[in-house]
Design a protein around this ligand. Sequence first.
Ligand code: GLA
Length: 380
Amino acid sequence: MTLEKKVVEEFRKYFGGEPDEVVRAPGRVNLIGEHTDYNGGFVMPMAINRAMFMAIRYRSDKEVHLLSADFHQPARFRLDDFKYLKPHWVEYIKGVANGLQKRKLPLQGWEGVMLGDVPRGSGLSSSAALELAAAKAFSEVSNFPWDPVDMAVVGQEAENDWVGVNCGIMDQMISSCGQAGHAYLLDCRSLEGRHVPLPDGVKVVILDTGTRRGLVDSAYNERRQQCEEACEFFGVALLRDVRPETFFAKADQLPELTRKRARHVITEDQRTLEAAEVMAAGNAERLGELMDQSHVSLRDDFEVSNDALNEMVEISRAQPGCLGARMTGAGFGGCAVALVQSDAVDVFAENVMANYNRETKTEPAVYVTEATQGACRLEK
Ligand code: GLA
């Protein structure tokens, strides 16, 4: 049974009767442009065929009644009186409600059942999917117009200011703005984006190493700070504003660590812009090369990869039909992404699973994915 049907069934069981609507917001995989979003630079993620679904029904009062069918756990809160309590999935939804109320959008209560298949903690943005699905649910029951960019910002604010995770804007933007069959080249400073069609004849494959990011929050914040130090040196607000020529002319005056961090970000922006060009031109081979280069830069200069990710990338690269592979997301564990010729993809998946398992004694997960639409209400 599809998740869409299942979430409706769970709704009937728990609340009785029919939901008014089902909304969906996807997870994401980033093809290229890593650790560039908080530097005001460029990213090129796509929304994947794994998502958070919510079956929802309007309430005439100001209460939100929820059931997480994933956790088999209910939760509720009142829109006229709520505050942060403790780490819990409902805080993401309260954080979204808070952001919407700050925008003076009048909110209506609702009941909803949530069910998703974005693996949690693997770096595929299950939390952005949750935030955008919640925003969509509020917009449906409260009947305010859907502004995909502002709703992504609401999601990011929920994460930064309510839940307390210091992420950039990429995950929420793609969960909100994704388009089927396309990746999204996003300028993370202006929040302007361009949908770029995926080349024919290739598949995007997500490879979950099964390792989870341990100290990712502190390491992520440390990287952000190192980028700020580089900005100070160059006298700019964001590394996005340092031209590669300027960087290379002055690089040897920087302390080594700052130089490496900045070199990653500045060259990654260039790779991402080129990736969008070659992808639009259907040049999957060059796209793959750029992905490979991105991995090397993340591994050696930004130092956010780990052994499992490096192993996964190497095993992938050794397979016939693999055009490129890299770690994706924040790093320190989680997933890699590979670009693979469609006719080689089945053998690729089998070989990667077997080889990775043999080398690391861990069971990887392999998802051949498609680019899907961002947050939306599903047609009945
Ligand atoms: C995490 C963050 C994003 C982005 C990536 C790294 O996924 O949530 O905002 O910074 O890491 O590219």
